[in-house]
Design a protein. Structure first.
Length: 541
């Protein structure tokens, strides 16, 4: 085919598309883009300079380009669809404003990202109408993948994926005759130990592979159930590939040493194995195409493209704009109102004094060392844990009573639990350290003055050692026990008080020899009764 015809056709298609929007439309688009950039500057800086620089979310950088390409493939349908000013577009604009205020006041970037996305939909809807906006539904859905998953979800997913990947890695090593033993996320090979860290959890494989599967499912002209199978299969495929990566690291360690598990070779191995998943998905598509129903299904992938010849009329004629019958003010109002919505969305970040200063508090290093007849000694966390936890203040104290029974106290305090910061919950972290959770639940502890303290309870075992754990969340005058309560009150207090500070308090005691669980339970409950009243000086109400 003549390349000059292709270039000429592409230029013609671009010109007709630009003409279909019109100079007024492009002027409005420029104004809206400038306002959104100013209103969401902090969120965009965090997205581009923060989240996208993380190895887990670096793939998000190419998502806007993918969305633009998909939108360009829909230019024919967009240009020929009915154009109308509609008031319904103010609904996503209003929701976007609410999320923007909530995100700014609470400091939650996830809300700001969703707010920006909703405002984009609202602007398209008000200016072009439902039919034109509907032609871009898939590019808009794909654009959501440019935003990282909320940290509370990614943390839980990472912990689960590390355990599964470790189990798969050990299984594959044993299949090829390599002796391996797993304890939590540590794989013992005899001559060395492999630590399956967050970077090896497989999380950075799951979401990119799901995005690829989503694109393939969209282009795969097949029955809906086949598309769903293709999309959902990407999750176990990513986990299995990550297990294979861990197994290969264990096998090659004996030949190349520690260098195979870090640096260039570590990243190269990950990418090579990841690339094996794409041919697998294509094979899966071929197999699915052979299964019924096969009526009206097209083989392979069908990618939509615009015409390539300038003589082809692809219906890019500009459709007439229509407002509400009898309303000549609709075009003006539906330009001005979105501008006001964007300005209102930007207001919280521009208003001074919305965030209150934190009350004064005593440093946790001064926490009492004599409690309930037990004497304590401080422990220092290693830098690797401090960097990961990003604590504002903490205390780790081992208390021993006259009978040499030990209670370990851990208090983690955060001045802010939002914008990616937050508590690492024990029921998520402990399994990764090799602990088996025998029992989980809650306990109510009676305090002085008729008050009741509800704590989470974990009975756990590791290589014959059993321990009992209590933990709860002292939060701005409240003692919370559930994760959903923690998130709800963090948001509420950030909006109403301008605060999201709080803490996690954890108590652990071993179950000694013939000692019963009830005896350890009594020891922890008595210790919790003495600790709870002391917290007000160190964790402000």
């Amino acid at each position: 085919m003549n390349h000059s015809i292709l270039r000429s056709g592409s230029i013609t298609a671009l010109w007709v598309f630009l003409k279909s929007v019109g100079p007024i439309g492009w002027l409005k688009a420029s104004i809206y883009s400038l306002l959104l950039a100013v209103a969401y500057r902090s969120a965009l800086e965090q997205l581009v300079l923060g989240d996208w620089q993380s190895e887990d979310w670096s793939y998000c950088q190419i998502v806007p380009l993918i969305a633009l390409y998909l939108a360009w493939n829909k230019r024919n349908e967009f240009a020929s669809a009915k154009t109308a000013f509609v008031w319904y577009g103010l609904i996503p604009l209003g929701l976007g404003v609410i999320l923007s205020w909530a995100g700014e006041l609470a400091g939650a970037y996830t809300f700001l990202y969703l707010s920006l996305w909703l405002l984009l939909i609202g602007l398209l809807w008000t200016q072009f109408g439902f039919h034109k906006t509907a032609t871009l539904w898939f590019p808009l859905i794909v654009l959501l993948a440019a935003f990282p998953v909320p940290s509370v979800l990614s943390l839980k997913a990472s912990v689960l994926l590390k355990l599964i990947s470790s189990q798969l890695g050990v299984f594959m090593l044993r299949v090829v005759g390599v002796s391996a033993f797993r304890e939590g996320n540590v794989i013992d090979l005899g001559f060395t130990q492999l630590q399956v860290a967050d970077a090896c959890s497989g999380l950075r494989y799951v979401f990119p592979l799901m995005l690829i599967a989503l694109l393939l499912a969209y282009w795969f002209k097949a029955h809906i159930w086949k598309r769903l199978v293709l999309l959902l299969s990407s999750i176990p495929l990513a986990v299995a590939v990550n297990g294979l990566r861990i197994a290969l690291t264990g096998i090659l360690w004996g030949w190349f040493g520690e260098s195979i598990a870090e640096g260039f070779f570590h990243g190269l191995a990950g990418w090579l194995i990841f690339m094996l998943t794409i041919p697998w998905l294509l094979i899966e598509m071929y197999v699915l195409r052979l299964l019924p129903p096969k009526q009206r299904e097209k083989a392979g992938i069908a990618i939509e493209e615009g015409p390539s010849h300038p003589d082809v009329d692809f219906e890019c004629r500009k459709a007439p704009r229509t407002g509400k019958p009898g309303s000549r003010l609709a075009p003006v109002a539906l330009f001005v109102l979105p501008v006001l919505f964007v300005l209102i969305a930007a207001l919280p970040s521009r208003v001074a004094g919305l965030h209150q200063e934190l009350p004064t508090r005593t440093r946790l290093e001064l926490f009492p060392l004599n409690i309930a007849g037990a004497t304590g000694s401080h422990q220092i966390l290693e830098k690797i844990y401090l960097d990961k936890l990003a604590l504002s203040d903490y205390a780790v104290i081992n208390y021993r009573d006259p009978q040499d029974r030990e209670v370990n106290l851990y208090i983690a305090y955060y001045e802010s639990q939002l914008k990616g910061k937050g508590l690492h919950l024990p029921d998520s972290c402990l399994p990764g350290e090799g602990w088996f959770l025998e029992e989980t639940g809650t306990r109510n502890i009676a305090l002085a003055g008729g008050k009741t303290l509800t704590v989470n309870r974990i009975l756990m075992e590791k290589m014959g050692v059993r321990e009992l754990t209590y933990y709860w969340f002292p939060q701005r005058g409240r003692s919370l026990s559930s994760d959903w309560q923690l998130r709800l009150f963090n948001f509420w207090d950030a909006v109403t008080k301008g605060r999201s500070d709080g803490a996690l308090l954890r108590l652990i005691t071993p179950i000694y020899g013939p000692e019963t669980v009830e005896a350890a339970e009594n020891r922890l409950q008595d210790f919790a009764r003495h600790v709870a009243p002391l917290l007000k000086d160190y964790i402000p109400d």
